[in-house]
Design a protein around this ligand. Structure first.
Ligand code: ADP
Ligand code: MG
Length: 236
């Protein structure tokens, strides 16, 4: 997979709100911490379309609904703002859960976790993959309160909320739903509602999926604040 640098400056496709970083094409043009820049390294230099459209907004702390097809680089479009949000808040070991990333399947959650470990390796945050399966939930319970970033499936996250003593996410800074259309689907709705009801409303929320979520009901249930709708389609 490769991303070309277009000739002219191109801004976000659907840019309602000004951002001083609209039109940036490379990661090193964004206001990122050195630690994140090091994590991006030589592997990631030029932003993909969805990254270019969403990062100027998400890095300003805005809520974002991003839609772009599979393989377009949505993972970095939320991992980077998660790292930067906690870094700017000087999040530390004592601060507990600062970010939750929810994915519909174990496999996708594991992929996200791998990318987070790569790009976030120079940061000091602790991150955990809570997906059930292999490791027992009891083993996780001993550690889950020490984690800053949780990458999880809805069922396992709710299980910890219900069963893990002192499980705390009242200080949550940033919530991500990846494959949001699938998570917001009826199959998960009870679980998701139970999760959302335990999260603070004052937070940043990022939703990414292959199709644009339009349900007003869903957006209300997630307490989105004046979100940026960014939809990116293939250019050729
Ligand atoms: P999506 O979630 O939209 O399906 P992914 O985040 O899984 O896409 O990314 C697909 C692939 O593209 C991954 O292998 C990833 O490493 C690569 N990729 C993402 N962003 C960039 C970039 N800016 N430059 C080069 N490769 C990228
Ligand atoms: Mg993805």
């Amino acid at each position: 997979l490769s991303f070309s640098v277009p000739d002219g400056p191109i801004g976000p496709i659907d840019d309602n709100t000004f951002s001083p970083y609209a039109g940036c094409r490379r990661f090193d043009q964004l206001p990122l911490s050195q630690k994140t820049k090091q994590g991006l390294g030589e592997k990631y230099t030029v932003m993909s379309d969805i990254q270019r459209a969403s990062l100027p907004h998400s890095l300003c702390g805005r809520d974002v609904l991003g839609a772009a097809k599979t393989g377009s680089g949505k993972t970095l479009a939320f991992i980077i703002p998660v790292l930067e949000k906690l870094y700017r808040a000087r999040w530390g070991p004592e601060d507990g859960v600062g970010s939750i990333i929810i994915s519909p399947t174990r496999e996708l959650a594991a992929q996200i976790f791998g990318e987070l470990k790569l790009v976030g390796k120079h940061h000091g945050f602790s991150a955990g993959l809570l997906i059930g399966g292999r490791k027992g939930v009891d083993t996780e319970k001993d550690h889950v309160n020490d984690l800053n970033i949780l990458v999880c499936t809805p069922g396992r996250l709710l299980q910890h909320m219900d069963e893990t003593p002192n499980f705390e996410c009242s200080q949550l800074q940033i919530l991500v739903l990846d494959e949001a259309d699938r998570i917001l689907d009826v199959g998960f709705s009870k679980t998701l509602n139970a999760i959302i009801s335990q999260l603070p409303k004052q937070r940043q929320t990022l939703l990414f999926s292959a199709t644009q979520t339009k349900s007003v009901e869903d957006l209300a249930r997630l307490s989105l604040k004046d979100p940026e709708y960014l939809s990116v389609h293939a250019e050729s």
